[in-house]
Design a protein around this ligand. Structure first.
Ligand SMILES: CSCCC(=O)C(=O)COP(=O)(O)O
Ligand code: ZN
Length: 195
């Protein structure tokens, strides 16, 4: 996929998340894999209103989150974690939203949020009666620290990470699978808090 095509997809997806209230202010960021070897991702630009993105508001980064082209927008401050997640998991797209439910759940369960016996787990790629634990890591401004915390708790069957007092990461084979998983997991986290 070319960078401009990826930018158009990312802008459209951001508009959907913003409409759901999960990218308030300038929060949240998205990425999609452009190539696997070497790993290159298109990631949303930093500090913009994600509900107003255009196809040009995107940067190409490597696996460490470093920009690989001159004269492009500044990549998301969280680009390094996107690169790490895509590298470790093999995902084709990574979603980061600032929905409230994951942050509330992490306050209540600071190590992992456990889910079971819920039909919506099927929308997260699991069986309804699986035991599913969403890992929680402490927030950090250092993406290497966050990436190490992610990797130490990584399980291939659990494509999500809650960053305490910050937000939610979810990944999938493409932006659509990642969105469907994000929507279902947000529902599950809301359910577990409210019950
Ligand atoms: C109020 S948003 C704080 C930064 C953040 O957590 C985020 O998701 C957005 O950062 P970006 O650099 O991608 O705009
Ligand atoms: Zn964030």
């Amino acid at each position: 996929m070319r960078l401009h095509e990826a930018g158009a997809l990312l802008a459209a997806e951001c508009a959907r998340y913003a409409a759901m209230g999960w990218m308030r202010g300038t929060s949240g960021n998205l990425s999609v894999v452009l190539s696997r070897d070497p790993l290159r991702l298109a990631v949303t630009a930093s500090g913009l209103d994600k509900g107003e993105m255009t196809a040009s508001d995107v940067a190409e980064i490597d696996a460490s989150g470093a920009p690989v082209r001159p004269n492009q927008p500044t990549p998301s401050a969280e680009a390094g974690l996107h690169g790490r997640i895509a590298s470790v998991s093999g995902a084709g797209a990574v979603v980061h939203v600032h929905a409230l439910a994951p942050v509330l759940a992490a306050e209540r369960w600071p190590n992992a949020v456990h889910l079971r016996n819920l039909e919506m787990l099927k929308g997260f790629g699991r069986k309804a009666d699986d035991w599913v634990s969403i890992p929680v890591v402490q927030n950090s401004q250092d993406m290497t620290v966050l990436g190490d915390a992610f990797e130490s708790g990584y399980r291939a069957d659990t494509p999500a990470l809650i960053v305490a007092r910050h937000g939610l990461y979810v990944w999938g084979s493409d932006l659509y699978q990642a969105r469907h998983r994000t929507e279902c997991l947000e529902w599950l986290l809301r359910f577990i808090i409210e019950t």
